[in-house]
Design a protein around this ligand. Structure first.
Ligand code: ADP
Ligand code: MG
Length: 238
């Protein structure tokens, strides 16, 4: 469903953010993308949603050839991909409900469908009791759960998260990671960008490593899962 062949991205002032990326990601995979700060991870994510254009190579995302995609089809591509950001990017003047509803309004969803779909997304992230709160009344972890609800409310095929736990403490980060694993179980492809190498030493997922804009590692494992750990009485990532 996602295929890059020899993709390069050079920004206007000459920075080569990606040099020669070739990678395929299948439907339903849970893939980590790791690399140091500045290695090109966010550029990789931005190319997938066509926020940036590749300057070299070929790529196909959700059936669209991104070298040839028409401007009118870009919103259709983006509807199939949810994005979660490190800094949540919520509208502070709007409630939790309104923040999520907005994602449906802008794509012209039938008004009658909006409330049930927003509530369903809030239930998935266990925040249904915070629907009328403003983002400033929530913890960082809760704000990120709103960001995730907003990203999944349109049932995207792919969810891209760019350092989604970067601003969170380790325990809250783990709660957020569990949520992504749960979403992956519904069939959604997850692309998880992180510069935190310690996260990926604990998991059994595929890990794509980028260094200076080049793919330097692609370890294919299984999709990983959450297991109940009897010693700690909690779920752990395996
Ligand atoms: P990462 O997410 O791994 O930290 P980025 O993809 O954000 O890396 O950046 C890769 C390189 O591209 C860096 O050198 C960065 O400074 C540069 N870069 C990122 N965005 C832009 C931009 N819009 N214009 C010019 N250079 C950029
Ligand atoms: Mg980045």
């Amino acid at each position: 469903m996602i295929k890059m062949e020899n993709v390069g991205k050079t920004y206007p002032k000459g920075v080569k953010a990606l040099r020669d990326m070739s990678v395929s990601i299948e439907d339903g995979e849970f893939v980590y993308v790791i690399g140091a700060s500045g290695s090109g991870k966010s550029t990789f994510a931005k190319l997938l949603i066509r926020e940036e254009k590749m300057t070299k190579g070929k790529m196909t995302v959700c059936g669209y050839d991104l070298a040839k995609i028409k401007n009118k089809d870009i919103p259709k591509l983006r509807r199939q991909i949810g994005v979660v950001f490190q800094d949540y990017r919520l509208l502070e003047s709007r409630t939790v409900f309104e923040n999520i509803a907005y994602a449906l309004e802008v794509i012209g969803t039938n008004p009658e469908d909006i409330k049930p779909r927003v509530m369903e997304a809030l239930i998935q992230v266990e925040l249904e009791d915070k629907a009328d709160h403003k983002p400033t009344e929530l913890s960082g972890g809760e704000q990120q759960r709103v960001g995730i609800a907003r990203a999944i409310v349109n049932n995207p095929k792919v969810l891209i998260a760019d350092e989604p736990t970067g601003n969170l403490d380790p325990k809250t980060a783990l709660d957020i990671m569990r949520l992504f694993y749960r979403i992956n179980l519904t069939g959604t492809t997850i692309i998880m960008v992180t510069h935190n190498r310690s996260i990926v030493t604990k998991v059994h997922n595929r890990v794509i490593e980028i260094k200076n804009g080049t793919l330097v590692g692609d370890k294919c494992k299984d999709n990983g899962s959450l297991e109940y750990d009897y010693s700690s009485g909690d779920y752990i990532l395996i």
